[in-house]
Design a binder for this molecule. Structure first.
Ligand code: NAD
Ligand code: MG
Length: 363
């Protein structure tokens, strides 16, 4: 078992990573001093629920915790105010009070939704993340919780830190391969922005990670969480440094939007975005030419895409980026690599530079 701490003063919290943690969930809640008198709410989705809800609820019951459950439809559509209200109804009908905890059992969708419920129910009750995807090593750490608005993703939310992240590696065994790859894209991103040695380790352990070898996965997730935790500890509310976590996301978000949030998974889109960032950095002389080849090679080892789908129209991608918060006075904010493990927030990438890289990434 690996434990690390997200250092945020009085809002600090532990991340436990290991096998068989669901079975011991009751003991972890006891460590936090979670009340046994109040009922607690487990939020999950209809793919994760049938696999792991009973295991978690039974473990909690055996320690004397009573739980009620809200099962939402799997997928991004559940990050909505409508589903938020349904989960609130479950919380009220289940008799949750101020000492009740909300547990998110699932991937980033459930984590973001349940976290916003926890932040809002009676103005805030304890929140516990029980992530079940690799991508959720990213989403469960850092305290950003939100639902989407019809017009924009993650538009309605809060900064609300969990009391604990309980990461049971056993749950990852049922992930579809595409979700495994997409989650590993964010792990690789954490290396690329912060740690050259960890990036090399990822390159050397790609096969083990893809086959969910538990030793490699435990270490990779620990490092990914640790890097995210360090960045967040330095800039909890994204006033500066935290933006480096957006490597690959300026173009990545546009790719997701143009693909209608369904063609490519988030991790796949940011993989293309990371390749593009490396290319822009090389084109403007910020990074040596080999960085682009190295970045592509690394991502391809994980079976991730590094080229833009042919049908993605240049002007639609540009238009999507211009709607982004990162577009200011005809220029785009990009996180660009200088070398492996070091990035820079560059506020003045021109639309011409982006157009050029879009063409280059289709060749
Ligand atoms: P997800 O929650 O939709 O999970 C992906 C799919 O895998 C779903 O269909 C889910 O039902 C299924 N699944 C989950 N765990 C499983 C398991 N163990 N076995 C089998 N199937 C399983 O998506 P995700 O990729 O985990 O997260 C994406 C979401 O996270 C997005 O909404 C994104 O905005 C958000 N996110 C938030 C942050 C943040 O800081 N809060 C960071 C990154 C991403
Ligand atoms: Mg991301």
């Amino acid at each position: 078992m690996r434990t690390l701490t997200v250092d945020l003063g009085e809002r600090s919290y532990p991340i436990h990573i290991g096998s068989g943690l669901l079975e011991s969930a009751g003991e972890y809640l006891e460590q936090l001093g979670i009340s046994k008198k109040s009922p607690h709410l487990i939020v999950t989705d209809d793919q994760v629920g049938p696999l792991y809800l009973e295991r978690l609820a039974t473990a909690l019951a055996s320690s004397g915790y009573r739980t009620v459950h809200a099962v939402v439809a799997a997928g991004e559509k559940s990050k909505s105010l409508t589903v938020f209200e349904e989960v609130m109804t479950s919380a009220i009908e289940g008799g949750l009070d101020r000492r009740s905890a909300v547990l998110a059992l699932g991937g980033g969708v459930v984590g973001d939704l349940a976290g916003f419920v926890a932040a809002s129910y009676m103005r805030g009750v304890p929140f516990i993340q029980v992530p079940t995807t690799i991508l959720a090593h990213d989403s469960s750490v850092g305290g950003k919780v939100a639902v989407n608005h019809r017009l924009a993703k993650n538009m309605i939310g809060a900064f609300y830190q969990p009391e604990m992240v309980l990461y049971d590696l056993d749950t990852l065994q049922t992930l579809p391969i595409r979700e495994i790859r997409a989650g590993l894209a964010e792990m690789v991103k954490h290396g690329l922005i912060w740690d050259a040695a960890f990036t090399s380790w990822c390159r050397e352990h790609a096969e083990e990670l893809l086959s969910l070898d538990s030793e490699s996965l435990g270490y990779g997730l620990e490092m990914g969480c640790a890097i995210k935790a360090q960045v967040v500890s330095k800039d909890e509310r994204e006033l500066g440094l935290r933006a480096i976590l957006n490597l690959g996301h300026t173009l990545g978000h546009a790719i997701e939007a143009v693909g209608g949030y369904g063609e490519l998974l988030h991790g796949e889109a940011i993989s293309i975005g990371m390749a593009a960032s490396a290319k822009i950095a090389v084109n403007r002389g910020l990074a040596p030419a080999k960085l682009y080849e190295e970045t592509k090679d690394l991502l391809q080892r994980f079976g991730l895409p590094v080229a833009l789908p042919e049908h993605m129209d240049e002007e639609r991608l540009i238009a999507a980026m211009m709607h982004d918060k990162k577009f200011v006075s005809q220029q785009l904010v990009f996180v660009l690599p200088r070398e492996v493990g070091t990035v820079e927030i560059v506020p003045d990438v021109t639309l011409d530079e982006v157009r050029q890289v879009i063409r280059e990434l289709k060749e």
